[in-house]
Design a protein around this ligand. Structure first.
Ligand code: 3NM
Ligand code: MG
Length: 515
């Protein structure tokens, strides 16, 4: 019998989660709400009580054809006559459980690593519980936090093992606000999760029926930001790619989308001016509480971690959730990501807290985000010289974009942009951009606004933003009236504005400067 793993409820009997309520009544409500499989997980009750609870739950689940499994205890599963068991790495071994329960029982195994996952799949598990996805207080002594990136790696390995059809759910800190994103970001081309396993988001909910209904709805719906891309054939050819750019510049000017910047005070004024010059409508607000209202205005968000505090983090996270829920593009600018322990942990928290359509940073920042730079000590927030070959940077950027299922832009003398498929190197720009404050931040603002204008072609949109920005800088720096970084800034704004105007008038010669 095919089991539906899509909304997998795991019970809990700790007083903090039950709050005096009856577990059987909660599970009944959750099953009515649409959970598709239930596991009785009870680490404290005596065996006799466990069998009694299992039988009560089984009546509830059987009525809706929902399988019931027992955590750890093959004996309880046999005594209560339920559909199977879920076993951890320290419990009875899979082969013994199978021998005791027979070929028709559903047997699941917890896996925390690629090795554990592949071993259990090849050993004949019906499904795997992959985790721990996010830090959770529900389970004590959780092993490593794997995040969506870890899930994806396990799925890739499973798809290549001798039992690639094994079903999978993820567990640990999953709730209605992150389930869609976890399913989306963990999915590899070769294999994706079959469902989400939940404890507290249902058992601990005030209304378990509604909570289950809501989770069922979210797992059946792709996230709002997963907009189907209309990639033209031959996009890897410069001619095709460049043909797509002017329409995005025009669309931006037509839309004048809101560009919401959560950024540091050093660059606020400059970023707002850049946004205006390219055709966007800037709002500078670091207040997370107003983000839901702003997100409804269908613009983009830039989270610039320029000055990071715990209050700032809470604001970033609520804004990120607000924009994710309506599908508004979000750009992450992990300023100085590798500079301090606090910034490194802020990066982790933000990446675990939502989806970024594009991550933009210099080499050190991107290496930190990719987790390959534990040993890279960044001096300040300025970029410093590159230590990687261009092709190495291209691979890093591409792999990070694949891992996060988004776009990554690594800035430098040569900018590298990738959507995980196509990776582009852009050599435009001018050294004056490195001699003024906020050039990186305002590039983030620019790209964010362009992502609104080109939602169905995110890579083209981001490229359009980068080229317009870098070519404007080049044109400004080459002007006779520009003597250095000071006179460069106003000239740069003028050139951004001029390029937009020229494009609107049908003149796209500025693109000839692209290298
Ligand atoms: N197993 P919540 S995490 C039961 O990582 C369990 O194997 C985990 O609870 C694992 O949905 C976990 O409340 C608890 O975060 C999940
Ligand atoms: Mg166990």
């Amino acid at each position: 019998m095919a089991v539906d793993y899509s909304v997998y409820l795991v019970t809990d009997n700790t007083p903090a989660i039950l709050r005096g309520r009856d577990l059987v009544a909660i599970v009944k409500a959750a099953v009515e709400g649409g959970v598709t499989i239930v596991q009785l997980r009870d680490k404290t009750s005596d065996t006799g009580d466990l069998i009694r609870i299992a039988k009560q739950l089984h009546e509830v689940t059987r009525a809706r054809n929902v399988p019931l499994l027992i955590n750890d205890r093959v004996d309880v599963a046999l005594a209560a006559g339920v559909e199977g068991v879920h076993i951890g790495q320290d419990d009875i071994d899979l082969a013994s459980a199978r021998k005791l329960l027979g070929p028709d029982a559903t047997i699941g195994v917890t896996a925390n690593s690629i090795q554990e996952a592949v071993t259990a799949a090849e050993g004949g598990a019906d499904y795997l519980g992959l985790g721990t996805v996010f830090a959770t207080s529900t389970k004590e002594n959780t092993k490593s936090i794997v995040g969506t990136a870890g899930l994806r790696e396990m799925l890739i390995a499973l798809s290549a093992c001798s039992a690639p059809a094994v079903s999978t759910v993820c567990i640990g800190g999953i709730n209605a606000s992150n389930a869609q994103r976890v399913l989306y970001q963990s999915a590899a081309p070769s294999k994706q999760l079959d469902g989400i396993a939940i404890v507290s988001a249902i058992i601990g909910a005030d209304d378990p029926l509604k909570a289950a209904q809501n989770l069922k709805r979210v797992v059946e719906t792709p996230p709002a930001f997963a907009i189907e891309q209309t990639t033209p054939i031959g996009l890897q050819e410069r001619e095709v790619l460049f043909r797509e750019i002017p329409p995005v510049v025009k669309a931006l000017a037509d839309l004048t989308p809101l560009c919401h910047n959560m950024t540091n005070m050093v660059v606020q004024n400059f970023a707002a001016n850049v946004a205006l010059c390219i055709g966007a409508s800037p709002i500078m607000s670091n207040n997370g509480a107003e983000a839901p209202d702003l997100a409804r205005l269908a613009g983009a968000l830039v989270i610039n971690m320029g000055t990071v505090t715990s209050e700032g983090m809470a604001n970033y996270l609520s804004a990120l959730r607000a924009y994710n829920s309506v599908g508004g593009p979000v750009v992450f600018d992990p300023v100085g990501a590798g500079a301090t322990a606090q910034r490194r942990s802020a990066v982790r928290e933000l990446m675990a807290g939502g989806y970024f359509d594009l991550i933009k940073g210099n080499e050190n920042e991107i290496r930190t985000v990719a987790g390959t730079a534990a040993d890279v000590q960044q001096r300040g927030v300025d970029s410093g010289a590159s230590t990687m070959e261009l092709n190495e940077r291209g691979l890093l950027v591409r792999d990070l974009a694949r891992r996060e299922r988004n776009l990554v832009l690594m800035t430098g003398e040569i900018d590298v942009l990738s959507d995980g498929e196509l990776t582009l190197a852009i050599s435009n720009g001018h050294e004056y951009l490195g001699a003024i404050t906020g050039s990186g931040c305002t590039l983030g603002t620019t790209v964010a606004a362009f992502l609104v204008a080109g939602k169905e072609q995110k890579l083209v949109a981001a490229l359009a933003g980068v080229l317009l920005f870098e070519i404007a800088a080049q044109r400004a720096a080459e002007r006779e009236d520009v003597k250095g970084p000071g006179t460069f800034v106003p000239a740069f704004l003028d050139e951004l504005y001029a390029i937009k105007k020229e494009t609107l008038a049908g003149n796209t010669d500025w693109l000839d400067a692209a290298v």
